[in-house]
Design a protein around this ligand. Structure first.
Ligand SMILES: *Cc1c(COP(=O)(O)O)cnc(C)c1O
Length: 377
């Protein structure tokens, strides 16, 4: 027998009815827990407002390394006001999802790739490397304890937000000697809840997200801080997001909002290359490239200028533009505005639809996982 318990989740001022969600306690027998629909009722979950009541927490101290990780009730952190992260921004995060399949199995998508990327980012931020094996085990333990909180509606998932921050209380400028690692869980809704509306994008010419030699290739808070003002300004003018151009010439396309960018001109699918170090190497991007190559679609990782895109728009060969990322998987772009010029994007969605169907199929277990992308919980 297993007991069902109501557990509080964090306050949600906009949706107070979501302050409580149903969660399953760990079954005490080997019987599978009964299925409880958690989050299919309106209002939609949205993104990042609702949290599970359990998180994974671990600490690092110089000389001792990473301590044991533990699953603990989600609670406020108490930080020394001198904590390095608050002043100098040593913060690294990740975003990945776990899915409840129609077969009742829980799948995490590309867990190892996300942990490897996070580990890769520690060096650039002068942080200690991660204990990947320990963290992998911790994440799977966390998910197995909180399975009952994973929403099961169409397009819904459990979003995992791993985070490493420097919490040593010291104002001297040098890499901190103490860190916190945690993984937050947030049940999230279907990105395409209100239907699929192609994004309206402002091509940003003033601000840049990342410069060569900077932090663009690392999933760090600073890149987001750098991007907020432009994105906010674009929204005020009726756009959904900005398209980032390169920091040096303001010509070459980099990313769209917080997603990687793909374009199809004629039959060629193009995505900007990672070798400049200014673009975040998305795992959805990598998965998409793998699939496109397998399907025999001509793909190029190459620099592409906004002039080339505008010319393709004029010629009618700009067939598709879309962003890729964990939240949306694939988000179509319907319109690009570059100064006074409105770049015409074709209404086709052959490639983006196929990618979305394949990737979400693997995530929910309806399509065979040929690449070893999912880990069963
Ligand atoms: C996280 C992120 C992406 C998408 O990466 P995924 O691994 O596909 O989720 C793209 N660009 C930026 C700037 C990001 O932070």
């Amino acid at each position: 027998m297993s007991k069902r318990k109501r557990v509080p989740v964090s306050d949600d001022a906009e949706h107070p009815e979501r302050r409580e969600i149903l969660m399953m306690q760990e079954p005490t027998s080997t019987q599978p827990a009964p299925v409880v629909p958690v989050a299919s009722a309106p209002p939609p979950l949205g993104f990042g407002r609702v949290f599970a009541d359990t998180m994974l927490l671990g600490r690092y101290k110089e000389g001792k390394g990473w301590q044991e990780l533990s699953c603990v009730p989600r609670h406020e952190l108490s930080l020394d006001p001198a904590a390095a992260v608050l002043h100098y921004g040593q913060a690294l995060f990740e975003g990945l999802k776990a899915f409840y399949g129609a077969d009742g199995k829980v799948r995490v998508f590309r867990l190892d790739a996300h942990l490897a990327r996070m580990h890769g980012g520690t060096e650039r931020l002068a942080m200690p490397g991660l204990d990947i094996a320990k963290m992998r085990e911790g994440v799977l333990d966390l998910l197995s304890r909180t399975k009952g909180a994973i929403p099961r509606g169409k397009g819904e998932a459990m979003y995992l937000r791993p985070l490493v921050i420097a919490d040593e209380g010291f104002l001297g400028v040098r890499p901190a000697k103490e860190y916190i690692f945690l993984v937050l869980l947030s049940p999230v809704g279907d990105y395409y809840e209100g239907g699929m509306r192609p994004l309206k994008i402002w091509v940003e010419r003033e601000h840049v997200r990342a410069a060569p030699g900077g932090l663009g290739a690392v999933k760090t808070a600073a890149n987001y801080a750098a991007s907020l003002a432009a994105a906010h300004r674009a929204k005020e003018h009726g756009f959904d997001q900005v398209l980032w151009l390169d920091a040096v010439e303001r010509r070459y396309l980099e990313e769209v909002g917080t997603m990687n960018l793909f374009l199809r001109i004629g039959d060629e699918v193009i995505t900007p290359p990672l070798d400049g170090g200014t673009i975040l190497g998305g795992i959805t991007r990598q998965s998409s490239l793998t699939l496109l190559r397998e399907w025999g679609v001509p793909v190029s990782e190459r620099r592409i200028s906004i002039e080339e895109v505008a010319a393709a728009g004029k010629a009618g060969t700009l067939k598709e533009v879309f962003g890729t990322g964990t939240a949306a998987v694939v988000a179509p772009v319907g319109e690009l505005v570059w100064g006074k010029e409105r770049i015409h994007v074709g209404a086709e969605s052959t490639i983006s639809d196929r990618l979305r169907a394949e990737i979400t199929g693997v995530q929910y277990g309806t399509i065979e996982d040929k690449h070893g992308w999912v880990t069963l919980v």
